[in-house]
Ligand binder design. Structure first.
Ligand code: NAD
Length: 495
């Protein structure tokens, strides 16, 4: 635990570490169930102080040249890389993903700052011809103001970067709340922001539960954007709270990705990809393969090989370099996954592999679940429609592409979808007809920084990443400029 003993337990407000006025909460290691840190919780009044600090910092920060803001971001990226191994271990200890995955996450954290720093010279506006001579119309893209950001527990490091990096380059200031189960990575990022010399108030990290600190943020009348990544019910609550103040929202919510395997595809690639996409981060990714649909004439072969690949995966302590699947993040999440499986079995599903908790778990107190494969599913079963978010895969046969697309689109979610085929006509039909914001053809995720990450339906509103994601953090200002020296449109006649 040496790596995390010195992590701050206070919140970072207005450039200082501030002791929370509202008690403290425990952070647990999902691999052991042990308490690894106490973090203190800020009060609603302290949240307002953080928002006020961000508001005060905004005018100066937004007036700096973007290139100057980018220098801070490059420094942050360099510090993340300097501390990468420590940060990766913190991710593992509080969240439970494997150390190999955590290193990837921390690499992505640095890349977000480098990538958005590149926009320093690219936040372009437009010049339009006027309807009158001697005039121009400018559409500028300008900073929004103060951003309120709320993030979940599944990527506690990179999701800080996903919200903070575009805010910084846009010229916005930000108040961010990590998930209460995984605040330590954000604490470490605050340490890095401070060391990088980011001016006081530009980035504030406040800690506490959704009910207290989260609601204090979302109820604030002084935010210019509320960006949240998390579950659908919380997203709806946040949108309702934002409505009271007409605060714009960007919501990155859950998913129920279909993973369609056509008979003509490279079945080995499809099997390995389906396994990666299901089991990464113990199945706790919004774009995870949540339901695999396989064309009937290769169904048995697919299931057989999928079982064989799953059998080779090692469930183990996440700091062990050879581990493939770590624990679930919490007892509550573990029970939720187990309930999905029991319920599916009651509705007639067959456990083709795994099921339940391991009889010889890697540790006694951790939140372990066996990688599990279900067949014989009732298409109406909750497990086919609700987000499992665990290492459990229902595999379903289909006959035609029409049928596969219809099952895939039969979902309230619309974040990501996967298709494995070698037929260009199938690809084009699926791309045209599938109702998901992100389509992966013959490959797994994750998404790329330069793409646009946004879901349809219950998967959210707005989006992150790339130039379209940056737009969420900017607003437009239209300027009608008359440089002719005379009136170009009728005005009150001179007397
Ligand atoms: P969650 O909704 O429980 O919590 C998300 C955040 O909201 C936390 O910080 C929590 O404290 C806060 N919160 C809870 N209640 C609140 C309230 N009333 N007001 C304000 N804030 C409140 O989600 P989770 O369990 O942490 O995350 C898992 C979910 O996140 C999954 O559904 C997953 O698909 C989704 N997710 C989506 C993406 C994406 O990009 N679309 C990425 C990662 C995770």
């Amino acid at each position: 635990m040496e790596a995390i003993r010195d992590i701050e337990s206070r919140s970072y407000i207005d450039g200082q570490w501030v002791t929370g006025d509202d008690g403290s909460f425990e952070v647990l290691n999902p691999a052991t169930g042990e308490v690894i840190q106490q973090v203190n919780q800020v009060s609603a009044a302290q949240v307002q102080q953080a928002i006020a600090a961000a508001r005060r910092a905004f005018p100066q920060w937004s007036r700096r040249a973007p290139l100057e803001r980018a220098q801070y971001m490059k420094r942050i990226a360099a510090l993340v890389r300097r501390d990468a191994e420590r940060l990766a271990r913190v991710v593992v200890l509080e969240q439970g993903k494997t150390i190999r995955e955590a290193r990837g996450e921390v690499g992505g954290t640095a890349e977000f700052f480098d990538y958005f720093a590149e926009f320093a010279r690219r936040i372009q506006g437009e010049i339009l011809p006027s309807d009158f001579p001697g005039e121009q119309i400018w559409i500028q893209r300008v900073a929004l103001g103060v951003v309120g950001a709320i993030i979940p527990w599944n990527y506690p490091s990179v999701l800080v970067a996903r919200k903070v990096a575009p805010s910084l380059i846009a010229g916005d200031t930000i108040v961010l709340k990590p998930h209460e189960m995984t605040p330590l990575s954000a604490q470490e990022m605050a340490r890095i922001f401070h060391e990088a010399g980011v001016p006081a108030g530009v980035i504030n990290i406040v800690n506490g539960t959704g009910k207290t600190v989260g609601e204090a943020i979302t109820n604030s009348p002084d935010l210019d954007l509320l960006t949240m990544t998390g579950s659908v019910p919380t997203g709806k609550r946040i949108m309702a709270a934002a409505a009271a103040n007409l605060t714009p929202v960007s919501l990155e919510l859950g998913g129920k990705a279909p993973f369609i395997v056509m008979a003509d595809s490279d079945i080995d690639l499809a099997v390995r990809s389906a396994a990666t996409s299901r089991y990464m981060n113990c199945g706790q990714v919004c774009i995870c393969n949540e339901r695999t649909l396989v064309q009937r004439n290769v169904y048995d072969a697919f299931v057989e090989r999928f079982i064989a690949v799953t059998k080779q995966l090692k469930v183990g302590m996440p700091l062990d370099e050879s581990t493939d699947i770590g624990p679930k993040v919490s007892r509550q999440e573990l029970d939720k996954v187990d309930a999905f499986v029991s319920d599916a079995i009651q509705l007639g599903a067959t456990v083709a592999f795994g099921g339940g908790r391991p009889t010889n778990p890697p540790s006694s107190g951790g939140y372990w679940y066996n990688p599990t494969i279900l067949t014989g599913l009732d298409l109406e079963a909750p497990i086919m429609h609700k987000e499992i978010f665990g290492p459990v895969l229902p595999i379903v046969p289909f006959d035609t592409l029409d049928e596969a697309l219809s099952i895939a689109n039969e979902s309230r979610y619309g974040l990501s979808a996967y298709l494995f085929t070698n037929d260009m006509r199938t690809i084009m039909r699926a791309v045209n007809e599938i109702s998901f914001g992100e389509v992966y053809v013959n490959r797994v995720g994750p998404e790329s920084i330069q793409g646009f990450h946004g879901g349809y339906g219950d998967s959210g509103i707005g989006g992150d990443d790339g130039s379209h994601g940056l737009d969420v953090y900017l607003r437009k200002k239209t300027v009608y400029l008359n440089y002719s020296g005379a009136a170009t449109v009728p005005v009150v006649p001179a007397r």
